[in-house]
Design a protein around this ligand. Structure first.
Ligand SMILES: Nc1nc2c(ncn2[C@@H]2O[C@H](COP(=O)(O)OP(=O)(O)OP(=O)(O)O)[C@@H](O)[C@H]2O)c(=O)[nH]1
Ligand SMILES: [Mg+2]
Length: 614
């Protein structure tokens, strides 16, 4: 069988109708599915075989409301459909997808696609949700009136795409292109009238929920409460799991230290790998808790509502609610966040959002924050355990970052000329109970991503750092600590003059360098540096918090915390900014302004804290 026999299909439809869910069901992929518009921003390809053995190459495309629209993600869809996307052949068949509960909105775009005159069929998705709400869509009538095959699908249910597979199998040769329509609105109305019966209007659960959640007085406090709970939980609930992990790695480290013969190998494994990686690993529970909240928010349908609530506030900073979801995703990691800005139509808004996305506190900062908060902020509880001081400080760090981002955005907007305000048009999706299995899979994948990072880049950098911190060995008769004579010690001391005004000691200076590649490495690097420096002292392993608390001043700790709010300590983010803006100008700007901001803020923090606390 030759490759040429492969059948090229593309999934096309409005945002949030379940294209990616269908793509995953058909191809067995695990592309991101979430309950808001604009999740998919790139074309993704996958392959599968029909029951009759025909090989299919399937494209998942970003959702589009219309071909007239011009956001970068929608442009991809338009280009692929017309066969104008570079390196992408025109699809043989367009598999249109529409949300059965929302057909009035989605049908117009389907008609627009139909006017391209390409072979197509329609997957009427979410029929489960439509039935639940008493919306009756007659697929046969729809097929007759549209002049294309129509099949019902439930993309999130096992076997929910069987009818689609059968319909595809039944396609023989080259199917006939559908008819065209002139007046899309009139045609939408006509087809809707014939094929869809909606229930008598009654106040749905949705409307009742929105009356509370979008209430001008209640909405924002509820949103603030949700976010606040999220950060409290990250701190309070992760504790026991973290302690268990820490205990485990410490025990394993001790056992190894006693079992292995003393020497370079023992030092590499206990000081380098165990001290370094073990410390980073302890933060897995927190990262997973953060993602649990984000996943629940994404699936429930609350996010676009939060964007709607914040639209007015964000307008004060020169942004719209459109930027909210990219910015919120940046709390997990700035890279997908920056890519998500492709759904922003206004180029200037998109650029500003890209430039401030690195300020959102990504999950790689959590280990650094937690370490320092654990070391310098006392464990205190208020309100019967509902509030804890460490959680409050963490929340404060996030708030500081967000406020700073808004200020930066405000200033950037002053620079650029105003180009006509756009009103926010956001589709509010149906509320949905997050599927526990999907959430579990999402968490599992996150854990894998983290573990892969730990066992690749973080491991490599940790080993490299251990090497730099251990060699060359001190000369005969040397009196100072061995690490002072090593490469790392020399680099640290050399950098210290620059960082002394903001209170960083030479150990921190060493940790900053590998921390450029991945923020968490700063923690493993500190653990390694201190473990090597305290070579004889077994207590050092996995006791970084205690070491840091004992050896640094509070001012230094606070200064480093503040540094991590701002500093552009992530090369991948810079690379993505370059790719998304198509040049070096913006990534350079971002690096410079973030470094300047970090240095300035840390300087202020250190000087003020030193003056007040000594
Ligand atoms: N009840 C129900 N929910 C579905 C079905 N298909 C998808 N969903 C949910 O609908 C939401 C959107 O699904 P996606 O697959 O991300 O939608 P998309 O069309 O790829 O969206 P964009 O990438 O933004 O264009 C998710 O919350 C899915 O879990 C379905 O058949 N029934
Ligand atoms: Mg999608």
């Amino acid at each position: 069988m030759s490759m040429a026999a492969e059948w090229h299909l593309a999934l096309v439809g409005s945002p949030n109708c379940g294209k990616t869910a269908l793509f995953n069901r058909l191809t067995g992929s695990r592309q991101k599915v979430a309950n808001y518009a604009g999740v998919t921003v790139e074309r993704k390809e996958g392959r599968f075989q029909l029951p009759n053995g025909r090989a299919v190459r399937l494209l998942d495309l970003p959702g589009a409301y219309s071909f007239a629209a011009t956001s970068p993600d929608e442009q991809v869809t338009f280009d692929v459909c017309r066969g104008q996307f570079p390196g992408e052949k025109k699809p043989d068949l367009l598999v249109c997808v529409a949300d059965a509960t929302n057909l009035r909105l989605h049908l117009r775009f389907i008609l627009e696609v139909r006017n391209l005159g390409q072979p197509m069929l329609l997957a009427l998705n979410m029929v489960d949700a439509a039935k639940r709400r008493g919306i009756a869509v007659d697929a046969a009538v729809l097929a007759r009136e549209l002049g294309i095959p129509v099949v019902e699908t439930v993309a999130i249910r096992r076997g929910g795409a069987d009818a689609l597979q059968a319909a595809l199998t039944a396609f023989e040769g080259s199917p006939t292109p559908p008819p065209k329509a002139d007046d899309l609105h009139a045609e939408t109305r006509r087809v809707m009238g014939l094929a869809v019966r909606e229930p008598e209007r009654s106040t749905s659960f949705e409307e009742r929920a929105d009356r509370i959640l979008l209430n001008p007085w209640l909405g924002l406090p509820i949103l603030a409460g949700v976010l606040f709970l999220m950060f409290q939980a990250v701190f309070a609930w992760a504790g026991p799991m973290q302690d268990a992990l820490a205990g485990g790695t410490a025990a394993a480290g001790h056992w190894l230290a006693q079992t292995l013969p003393a020497g370079a190998l023992q030092s590499l494994i206990t000081d380098g790998i165990f001290a370094g990686l073990g410390t980073v690993l302890e933060f897995l529970p927190q990262i997973l808790l953060l993602f649990l909240f984000i996943l629940l928010l994404e699936e429930s349908g609350y996010l676009p509502r939060a964007a709607f609530l914040l639209d007015r506030l964000m307008a004060g900073a020169g942004l719209t609610g459109r930027s909210f979801i990219p910015l919120l995703s940046s709390f997990a990691c700035a890279i997908p966040g920056i890519m998500a800005t492709r759904s922003i139509q206004n180029p200037r808004d998109r650029l500003v959002t890209i430039m401030i996305a690195p300020l959102m506190t990504c999950s790689a900062r959590l280990p650094v924050y937690t370490l320092l908060i654990g070391a310098f902020i006392p464990r205190q509880e208020y309100a019967g355990g509902w509030l804890n001081l460490q959680g409050l400080v963490l929340f404060g760090l996030y708030v500081t970052a967000v406020v700073s981002a808004m200020v930066v955005s405000f200033i950037m907007k002053r620079w650029h000329k105003k180009a006509g305000e756009q009103t926010l048009l956001l589709e509010l999706p149906a509320y949905r109970w997050p599927n526990p299995l999907d959430v579990a899979i999402g968490l599992w994948e996150r854990a894998m991503v983290f573990l892969r990072r730990v066992t690749t880049i973080i491991l490599a950098l940790t080993v490299l750092l251990w090497f730099l911190a251990s060699f060359p060995a001190p000369p005969e008769g040397a009196t100072g600590p061995a690490i002072d004579y090593s490469f790392a010690g020399r680099i640290g001391h050399a950098l210290q003059w620059f960082f002394a005004p903001i209170g960083f000691n030479w150990q921190i200076c060493i940790a900053l360098i590998p921390g450029l590649a991945a923020r968490e490495v700063a923690v493993s690097a500190l653990a390694t540096v201190y473990a090597v420096a305290a070579a004889s002292d077994e207590q050092a392993i996995s006791q970084l918090t205690g070491m840091v608390a004992g050896q640094w001043s509070i001012a230094t700790g606070l200064s480093l915390l503040v540094w991590y709010i701002y500093a552009p300590m992530c090369l991948s983010t810079i690379a993505v900014i370059r790719r998304e803006t198509g040049g070096w100008k913006h990534p350079l700007w971002a690096t410079v302004y973030l470094f300047a901001l970090a240095y300035f803020a840390s300087f202020l923090t250190y000087q003020v804290a030193s003056a007040l606390l000594t």
